[in-house]
Design a protein around this ligand. Structure first.
Ligand SMILES: Cc1cc2nc3c(=O)[nH]c(=O)nc-3n(C[C@H](O)[C@H](O)[C@H](O)COP(=O)(O)OP(=O)(O)OC[C@H]3O[C@@H](n4cnc5c(N)ncnc54)[C@H](O)[C@@H]3O)c2cc1C
Length: 454
């Protein structure tokens, strides 16, 4: 069998690549190979959120995400918003006076890098109008962010968060959508324009004179294609190794809880809510003495990291909410199904109680949670790898970490611009594999402070 482009991996990265090749560039002869059903390994485990609010040190991530959201909005308009893109925003919260300066400084950076204006709402009421986000739809909303430094205003607009909150940052070019429906929309379009989907495992890649020649499927079948795309998600490194390419990526396990909020502790119209303070978990005196006795559980009394977050999930008749908190992040070898930490739902619930006191109602009587998860496959600076490799005809699209859904449209577009020799956007070099050959970049990496990871 022969084709023009063979893509290994039908997750969101491979699907977006196929979409851009066939639908936007009219290339025939695209084959998408996956050993699993499309979009079923990592791309259906996500929180499905998006934002253009990214830290520096330069504007790469802001520019890249702005472009991706432009494309997402275009697809939403074209499809009658089949994937329910909303614009509820992300709400970052702090109750820690010692963190306040840092909270404000951190908020200034994405605004300076092009994510939109930062509107500060303090006790002076006349300065800016705050436009609330409707629960559905994405049009006609401001970008940038609204920074509330007046507790009265925080109480007025977000009455469900703790009275202790002293600052709230509402990021506006942000929200969520159905990842599965976005992926299926792009896949259906790609299929209609000639993409062929084949079930099978890529087990070998034949290279001749430093050029890709063919791909071996399930150890037996060979497909000849001059262009090979590695979109293997958590198996990016292994597929790189089949070509003697050492991709600088690793994986972290990230879990997610879905649970019923039948008491309505989190309003159905809420944005994504993120607690930015470190904290110690609330335990009773009896619990503290039990946890302290056992070396396996003593760590639960230590200070825990910032970043616990939640959002409502589903339409008007749903009462599901999602809880996420990476209190342990380790580099791991991806294994499937991923090992699940049974303590996670309880720990995430306790972590969220600081931000959302009404969740206390569920202590000891929480409805049965559903726990799942997947891997963030990432580079050390948490930027993706998109572009050619040192083997001619071989490309990579991956290391999409915790932002692969929101980045998928611009990532696929960028890779296809390389393949078709089209004009590249300004952010292309900073996301390419050969950035690691630039000594200036390596120096920059030594002092890289914030990866923007959630
Ligand atoms: C808990 C969690 C929350 C997240 N939240 C968000 C979020 O809110 N917003 C966001 O934008 N992103 C989020 N993400 C990240 C996002 O889900 C990923 O970045 C994205 O799904 C990665 O897509 P992918 O196509 O690179 O990988 P995958 O979806 O894993 O696809 C890779 C595909 O390659 C196939 N494959 C691998 N090896 C082979 C082989 N040898 N032969 C054939 N096929 C092969 C696999 O079967 C798989 O189907 C989250 C992730 C997790 C785990």
């Amino acid at each position: 069998m022969e084709c023009e482009v063979l893509i290994c991996g039908a997750g969101i990265a491979g699907v977006s690549t196929a979409y851009h090749l066939t639908v936007r560039h009219g290339i025939k002869g695209v084959v998408l190979v996956d050993e699993r059903p499309p979009l079923s390994l990592t791309s259906d485990k996500s929180t499905e959120c998006y934002r253009n609010w990214w830290p520096g040190p330069d504007s790469t991530m802001v520019d890249f995400m702005n472009r991706s959201i432009d494309l997402l909005e275009g697809l939403a308009l074209e499809s009658g918003n089949i994937f329910h893109l909303n614009r509820r925003g992300y709400l970052y919260l702090t109750a820690d006076p010692d963190q306040l300066d840092n909270f404000i400084q951190t908020a200034r950076e994405p605004a300076r890098l092009g994510a939109g204006a930062l509107r500060i709402h303090n006790t002076d009421p006349s300065k800016f109008e705050y436009i609330t986000s409707p629960p559905e739809g994405f049009r006609g909303m401001p970008d940038g962010a609204d920074l509330f430094l007046d507790p009265e205003l925080i109480r007025k607009y977000f009455p469900y968060v703790s009275n202790e909150v002293i600052a709230a940052l509402h990021v506006r070019r942000a929200g969520w959508f159905s990842a599965q429906q976005l992926g299926m929309f792009m896949l259906d379009q790609a299929r209609c324009h000639g993409t062929q989907v084949i079930e099978g495992k890529v087990t070998g890649i034949e290279i001749e004179g430093n050029r890709v020649r063919s791909t071996v499927i399930d150890d037996v079948e060979k497909i000849y294609a001059p262009i090979f795309v590695n979109a293997a998600g958590p198996f990016l490194k292994q597929i790189g190794e089949l070509q003697n390419i050492d991709l600088p990526v690793y994986s972290e396990l990230h879990l997610k809880v879905s649970v019923r909020d039948h008491q309505g502790a989190i309003p159905r119209h809420a944005p994504l809510l993120i607690w930015t303070d470190r904290q110690t978990l609330p335990w009773s005196a009896e619990e503290i003495s039990i946890l302290a006795e056992d070396p396996e559980t003593r760590w639960l009394l230590d200070e825990m990291p910032a970043g616990v977050h939640t959002r409502p999930e589903g339409g008007g008749d749903s009462d599901i909410v999602l809880f996420l908190w990476e209190y342990h992040v380790n580099k791991v070898e991806p294994i499937f199904p991923p090992p699940l930490d049974e303590q996670y739902p309880e720990i995430a619930l306790r972590g969220l109680m600081k931000m959302l006191p009404r969740l206390q109602a569920y202590l000891g009587r929480s409805p049965r949670p559903y726990l799942d998860g997947g891997y963030y496959t990432k580079t050390r600076e948490n930027r993706p790898l998109i572009g050619p490799t040192q083997v001619e005809g071989s490309y990579v699209i991956g290391a999409l970490s915790g932002f692969g859904l929101m980045a998928s449209c611009a990532a696929g577009e960028l890779l296809v611009n390389y393949i078709t020799n089209s004009e590249l956007p300004s952010y292309a070099p900073a996301l390419s594999l050969n950035r690691y050959e630039d000594p200036n970049y390596l120096r920059l990496l030594e002092n890289w402070e914030d990866s923007g990871q959630l």
